[in-house]
Design a protein around this ligand. Structure first.
Ligand SMILES: Nc1ncnc2c1ncn2[C@@H]1O[C@H](COP(=O)(O)OP(=O)(O)OP(=O)(O)O)[C@@H](O)[C@H]1O
Ligand SMILES: [Mg+2]
Length: 165
């Protein structure tokens, strides 16, 4: 779980879509209000699938749409508001202020696909989630980049018992 530089990381092989949904559900367990997660990875890497699994685990039963065209989808969960961003089609980072980022309260959770499209305009993340396409499967690595992110991954990995953590 700890790498040599003491950064907390968590790596997992995701054999199929169900595994990505399950990993999203695992992230959901230790997620707390105010956190920001960057979701990185190529087109089709599984970022939205992971958000779908996370929202289901938090009790959201409705449709989870990709915010590719709308930039933002907002979910009212019992414990916090969750903002799901997809910045792939962002042309001018100012657009995304109009898309709702300006209104995010400090108690909301932000999950941001394609954060590099608005580099320098975004809140610093607590955790970076990197998904990689490996043939028909996926690999995921989470890296903690804040004290809260470190606590988040440690809590998750302590409860998960995965040999890869
Ligand atoms: N572990 C996995 N193994 C194989 N296929 C997967 C896995 N996880 C997700 N997929 C599939 O990958 C496809 C793309 O997933 P998804 O839309 O979540 O990608 P994305 O990273 O959000 O892409 P985009 O950048 O275009 O928004 C879906 O068909 C999904 O079922
Ligand atoms: Mg997506």
């Amino acid at each position: 779980m700890h790498s040599s530089d003491d950064t907390v990381r968590c790596h997992r092989h995701l054999a199929d879509e169900a595994a990505t949904l399950a990993f999203g559900a695992q992230l959901a367990q230790s997620l707390t209000a105010g956190m920001t997660l960057y979701l990185e990875g190529d087109l089709g890497a599984g970022k939205t699938t992971l958000v779908r699994g996370l929202l289901r685990a938090r009790g959201y039963a409705g449709r989870v749409k990709s915010p590719t065209y709308t930039l933002t989808e907002i979910y009212e969960l019992p414990e916090f508001e969750l903002y799901h961003f997809d910045l792939y089609r962002l042309h001018d980072p100012r657009e995304w202020l109009d898309a709702g980022f300006r209104d995010i309260g400090s108690h909301a959770v932000s999950l941001i696909e394609w954060p590099d499209k608005a580099a320098g305009w975004l809140a610093e993340p607590d955790v970076i989630v990197r998904l990689a396409i490996t043939g028909d499967t996926r690999e995921v690595e989470c890296v903690a980049v804040s004290p809260r992110g470190t606590c988040f991954l440690e809590t998750m990995c302590t409860s998960c018992q995965s040999p890869n953590c």
